[in-house]
Design a protein around this ligand. Structure first.
Ligand SMILES: Cc1cc2nc3c(=O)[nH]c(=O)nc-3n(C[C@H](O)[C@H](O)[C@H](O)COP(=O)(O)OP(=O)(O)OC[C@H]3O[C@@H](n4cnc5c(N)ncnc54)[C@H](O)[C@@H]3O)c2cc1C
Length: 566
């Protein structure tokens, strides 16, 4: 019908279809078109590693609605009245005449489509290292459905024995698990000193130890120098230190950059991180063009700095805002991100929200307090699984700046709680008496997150002097004179121990064995147990008897990232 608003969306995976669907709900009469380069629509890219890893077999499940209907052009026209043109690439935007020129891939035919409002959702492009040999066969990324199909085929054929993953970030780690499940011997190569850089080093090390326990090799602080091949096929990966790792498959996962070519060519403003600049309405520097998802940059709500945050949840939220505004005028807003993320790492999960300690320091925070807490997510009689959380707060206000959590327990719940606390500007005092749901199948009476807040409250009030495992290790390496007190029972000690010259005195008999503690009340004493709850009790007890320099090793043995004697 003439006079209808024409909304054109470029990009048909996460943010684009969400924007189109929201626009339709706002305006039944609008003419809505999605232009999508790929053959598929609405791909659940976050599910690719699980398809490759064999968690499910039907690729269409990645493209389906919750009721099992494949989101193809027929679905979009029938269910939503949206025209979805697949295998059609937007080539250029004419902002003067408000048109998009597209090429249909199969026929090479060009088409010019007019718009009143345009939404860019062109996603991101994987970074490829500038090294020789990237054109060999056997080298891939895991960014598109085509990549997922390729890796799944390799999995099903079961011919490849050795794979190298370049990059120890979220996608690299998830891909490693998928390929390990496919029966391959895996090596992860990471340029930096740790995997998963959204975590602080000692937290990432716990994840690394878990991955190594799954027979994956991890090489850190070593970059890729070249891909080596024979007859056009990959045979090895060469590292900066000269090491050659024989392999038949390499997956490059060193991050993504915003796909902004169309926007740049159209003269739209590009920000300092390389993403398209948008305001809170998701409008670009041209008020008739919105942009959403991995192709934009947004505000970090804690630091106020611009960031490129390529997360699937944010892409959908932003798409919803842009779709509404494009259809019904600017009402909805997207304020920014606190960079919350999570990934599965074999039997562990690793999640983070807000700032790590490292990020807080880099952002200029000088007065911060941190703590590490280990405890189960549920009671032992309900098969509780361990969680290790590191909390970062501002001093003296106690405002929550960030939380990281790793372990086999329910990491997702912990990170979700902290994310809401950060978004709400909450402090430690708000969390210490939080009213969370409790029953044994779900949590402890004092939830792990609340217990973490109790520990940091104790530190802020001076009831507990904590020391991180990393700082304890430094003291050992510097041969400092410290009395290490392990407060567990002899059986536990036999099963697992640090072997750092510790003295074992179980908490239950500590009052009767005070003569075994160095009698100089100024001696530095570091107490711990498996999770350092008994360690904390021992520290309070010793302080009660006059020892003045008693510390608790935070998180206990469960948070110890270094090799143990046993
Ligand atoms: C393996 C993997 C695992 C992930 N796991 C998670 C996770 O667990 N949690 C999380 O939050 N995020 C995860 N992500 C990130 C998440 O998938 C992205 O943030 C999200 O898909 C971004 O959505 P988007 O719509 O902006 O971009 P995309 O999903 O990349 O879609 C962009 C689409 O635009 C199309 N396009 C580009 N240019 C044009 C053009 N000129 N014309 C027409 N079409 C064009 C592309 O072909 C593409 O289909 C993962 C990503 C990958 C690859």
């Amino acid at each position: 019908m003439p006079g209808e608003k024409r909304i054109v969306v470029i990009g048909g995976s996460a943010a684009g279809p969400k924007a189109a669907a929201r626009a339709r709900r706002m305006d039944e009469m609008a003419e809505i078109t999605i232009i999508q380069k790929d053959p598929d629509l609405s791909m659940a890219s976050c599910g690719y590693p699980y398809y490759v890893g064999g968690f499910f077999d039907d690729r269409n499940m990645l493209l389906s609605t919750p009721t099992g209907v494949t989101r193809d052009p027929k679905f979009y026209i029938n269910a939503k009245g949206i025209v979805a043109k697949t295998e059609t690439e937007a080539i250029s935007i004419d902002r003067q005449n408000k048109t998009v020129t597209c090429r249909t891939r199969a026929t090479d035919e060009m088409e010019v489509i007019g718009y009143d409002k345009l939404i860019l959702a062109t996603g991101s492009i994987p970074r490829i290292p500038p090294v020789p040999g990237t054109d060999l066969s056997g080298i891939t990324t895991l960014q598109s459905m085509k990549d997922a199909d390729y890796l799944r085929r390799i999995r099903d054929e079961q011919k490849i024995k050795k794979a190298v993953i370049i990059g120890g970030g979220l996608i690299g780690i998830e891909t490693s698990e998928a390929l390990e499940l496919a029966g391959m011997e895996i090596t992860i190569v990471e340029l930096l000193p740790q995997l998963l850089t959204f975590l602080d080093w000692e937290m990432a090390k716990l994840v690394e130890n878990h991955v190594k326990g799954k027979n994956a090799n991890i090489i850190t602080q070593n970059g890729l120098a070249a891909f080596i091949g024979e007859n056009g096929k990959l045979t090895a990966v060469k590292l900066n230190n000269g090491t050659e790792l024989p392999c038949e498959l390499a997956v490059i996962a060193i991050g993504v950059r915003p796909n902004t070519r169309l926007a740049r060519d159209a003269g739209l403003e590009i920000g300092q991180t390389g993403g398209i600049t948008v305001n809170g309405y998701m409008q670009t520097s041209d008020p008739d063009i919105y942009a959403v998802g991995d192709c934009i940059e947004i505000d970090n709500l804690i630091t106020g700095k611009k960031v490129h945050a390529p997360y699937g949840d944010l892409a959908n939220l932003q798409g919803r805002v842009a779709g509404e505004n494009a259809a019904a005028g600017n009402h909805a807003t997207f304020p920014g991100t606190i960079q919350t993320g999570i990934c599965k790492v074999f039997e562990y999960a690793a999640g983070s929200t807000g700032l790590s300690e490292k990020a807080a320091i880099e952002s200029g925070y000088t007065a911060i307090e941190t703590t590490i807490n280990s405890s189960p997510d549920k009671p032992g009689f309900m098969e509780g699984k361990i969680l290790v959380t590191k909390l970062v707060v501002e001093r003296p206000s106690g405002r929550i700046l960030g939380a990281q959590c790793v372990g086999p327990g329910d990491v997702s719940k912990q990170i979700a709680q902290w994310a809401m606390a950060i978004k709400g500007g909450l402090t430690v005092e708000h969390i210490v008496n939080a009213d969370l749901p409790y029953a044994p199948p779900f949590s402890l009476a004092i939830d792990h997150g609340i217990a973490t807040a109790h520990i940091i409250q104790n530190k802020l009030r001076g009831f507990m002097k904590g020391i991180s495992c990393t700082d304890v290790k430094k003291k050992i390496d510097n041969n400092e004179k410290v009395f290490f007190l392990d407060t567990r029972g002899p059986d536990e000690y036999e099963q697992m121990r640090l072997g750092i010259g510790e003295t074992l005195i179980p908490i239950g008999i500590l009052r009767k064995r005070l003569q075994d503690i160095p009698q100089d009340r100024d001696t530095e004493i570091i107490c711990y147990c498996k999770i350092s709850l008994r360690g904390y009790e021992a520290a309070r007890l010793l302080e009660g008897y006059g020892w003045k320099n008693v510390k608790v090793m935070e998180g206990g043995i469960m948070a110890w990232p270094f090799p143990r004697e046993k």
